[in-house]
Design a protein around this ligand. Structure first.
Ligand code: DOR
Ligand code: ZN
Length: 351
């Protein structure tokens, strides 16, 4: 382990975040604003954010909930459906309203019913996106019920992503929340227009944490946590300094009562303590030097955006620091991600 006690880095961004709407939005937004400069906002509301009009009004609702003086920037996305209008997408991107478009295979995860059933039905939109330089973000899992849930990412790469890359080599794509060595290896094998985001929790938990010795619904998320060998491949990618890998927390709040149920919701709420978790993981792997690349530099470089101007300071505290175990919302509590280690890295934004 290195002996670094203090680290000043460019303010990080979150390249994959669920902020929800209404009371939940109001309750979780401050925790992203606290540490992050920008975040890519997922469009899987009910109903989803499909048109530029939907995105404009969702963006306004987010901005109305920002705290006074906040300069947090929500980067909006559209939810790709088989009825998506290519011109609307291209115009929304051209005007700066949206940053990217999100592909959810139908049924892949929370509120993905309106997702894409047959990828060929969106080739026209993808072609227009490729021409106009609009990035495609992917929930990279197949959803056929006969494919084992632990194999869904690998199967997606083989049957959907590889053919898609051949057909649209100029389309900038991001495999979001990669959870397998297969995903990491595939991204590494491609020399342009493909990157991957990695979540905080997938760098820390494997499927034993979820299932061995009792089922832990607060570790249930999609894609589901995999074997240890996969977690190790994700850590290796995150700490490597390879610009194709960057942070997307996939912080996805659900009420605790909806996760602790006979059919519990998928999602881990981690925006609040992500930076302390990451500092721990990078320190443990003697890679604190590459934390800034992963959390603050690689994402903007891939998306062609400027770096945040602010810096943050991480300090290694001798005494463990505390984060709340849960946060309150008017409708119940949301459980905060527990990484299974004590937090020693505090985070402070410098102006
Ligand atoms: O665990 C997840 N929760 N994975 C997703 O892809 C969606 C998210 C949610 O919206 O709750
Ligand atoms: Zn997500």
């Amino acid at each position: 382990m290195t002996n670094i006690k203090e680290l000043i880095i460019t303010q990080p961004d979150d390249w994959h975040l669920h902020l929800r709407d209404g009371d939940m939005l109001n309750s979780v937004l401050p925790h992203s604003e606290n540490h992050f400069g920008r975040a890519i906002i997922m469009p899987n509301l009910v109903p989803p954010v499909v048109t530029s009009q939907d995105a404009a009004s969702y963006k306004a609702r987010i901005e109305n909930n920002l705290s006074k003086g906040s300069d947090f920037t929500p980067l909006m996305t559209l939810y790709l459906t088989e009825k998506t209008d290519a011109a609307d997408v291209v115009n929304a991107h051209g005007s700066g309203l949206i940053t990217a478009v999100k592909l959810y295979p139908a049924g892949a995860t929370t509120n993905s019913d309106s997702g894409v059933k047959n990828i060929e039905n969106v080739y026209g939109v993808l072609e227009a996106m490729s021409d106009a330089g609009v990035p495609l973000l992917m929930h990279g899992e197949v959803t056929n019920s006969e494919v084992d849930i632990f194999d869904r990412e690998a199967r997606f790469i083989e049957t959907v992503l590889a053919p898609l890359r051949q057909r649209f080599p100029d389309l900038k794509m991001t495999m979001e929340h990669v959870t397998t060595k297969d995903g990491v290896d595939y991204v590494k094998s491609q020399d342009k227009n493909l990157a991957a985001s990695l979540t905080t929790h997938h760098l820390i938990i494997n499927r034993n944490h979820l299932l061995a010795g009792g089922i832990r619904p607060h570790y249930y998320c999609l894609p589901i946590a995999k074997r240890e060998v996969h977690r190790l491949a994700l850590v290796e990618a995150a700490i490597s300094g390879d610009g194709r890998f960057f942070l997307g927390t996939d912080s996805a709040p659900h009420l605790a009562q909806d996760k602790e149920s006979a059919c519990g919701c998928a999602g881990v709420f981690s925006s609040i303590n992500t930076m302390s978790c990451l500092a721990h993981v990078f320190e443990e792997n003697n890679a604190l030097d590459n934390l800034e690349g992963f959390a603050s530099l690689n994402g903007p470089a891939y998306y062609g955006l400027p770096l945040n101007k602010k810096k943050i300071r991480l300090i290694k505290q001798d005494t463990a620091i505390e984060y709340p175990e849960q946060i309150d919302t008017p409708n119940g509590v949301v459980q905060v991600f527990t990484p299974g280690f004590a937090f020693h890295w505090s985070v402070e934004i410098l102006s």
